[in-house]
Design a protein around this ligand. Structure first.
Ligand SMILES: [Zn+2]
Length: 236
């Protein structure tokens, strides 16, 4: 793995010259995660996953984009950029990578609200670079068996595994959808994607009270294993 932030120009140019590099860009967000997790949660988790995948697959690790699209969390705290801003930033970074002869790029997404902005980005970058840059978008929660939540058991466990910022004494049960009839569950999921606080009241989707570092470590290694497998099979 080459962590681009901690490297120097002569070394980087040499590295790029000797071997074709694949870059990974983690994309997170800054938004409320209840009283027990910091607003940096999505960015913290996606950064750690990207680091581990980069180590396993020998990738070039780029700094995390910590500003995402979290308007759905208003009126609770969120710092958001518009869809166009996130897209433009990623297009610019990928074009710049291409100019440095780094043409294969993985965008690793850590926040659900970013998904729409990222859905057409690979085609956009391919067109802008006249087909020379190849971009693959991966949303990490699609690489684990458990259903994802927001500040619930899964995300709180993951945070316990990657950070020391969790305040477990403040963790409270939020909206639990497991036993809901499918129709009601899909209705509330839809509402949550537009008005998260209206849907959950507390800003917590799931129950974080039983989250553990041990579970977080297990889920994390499952995600990293599955993403590394996917990355190794990407058509380069
Ligand atoms: Zn989150």
């Amino acid at each position: 793995m080459i962590d681009i932030q901690n490297n120097f120009d002569p070394d980087l140019r040499k590295i790029i010259k000797t071997k074709k590099q694949v870059a990974i860009i983690p994309v997170g967000s800054l938004e409320q995660h209840g009283p027990h997790l910091p607003v940096s949660t999505d960015s913290d988790i996606v950064t750690e996953i990207a680091k581990r995948v980069a180590k396993k697959c020998n990738l070039l690790l780029l700094p995390t984009i910590t500003y995402g699209i979290s308007f759905e969390h208003a009126p609770f705290f969120n710092l958001s950029v518009t869809r166009t801003t996130l897209q433009n930033q990623l297009v610019d970074i990928c074009i710049s990578l291409g100019e440095n002869k780094i043409r294969k790029i993985i965008i690793l997404n850590g926040h659900h609200g970013n998904q729409k902005a990222l859905s057409g980005i690979a085609d956009k970058i391919s067109k802008t670079s006249r087909d020379r840059n190849k971009v693959f978008v991966i949303s990490y929660w699609q690489y684990m068996k458990r259903e994802f939540d927001h500040a619930g058991f899964v995300e709180t466990s993951l945070m316990l595994a990657v950070s020391n910022k969790v305040k477990m004494d403040l963790a409270r049960k939020g909206l639990v959808v497991e036993k809901m009839p499918p129709k009601q569950k899909s209705k509330i999921s839809k509402l949550a994607s537009i008005h998260f606080i209206k849907a959950t009241k507390t800003g917590v989707w799931g129950d974080p009270t039983k989250a553990t570092k041990k579970d977080g470590k297990m889920i994390l290694s499952e995600i990293v294993h599955n993403i590394a497998k996917k990355v190794s099979k990407l058509p380069y």
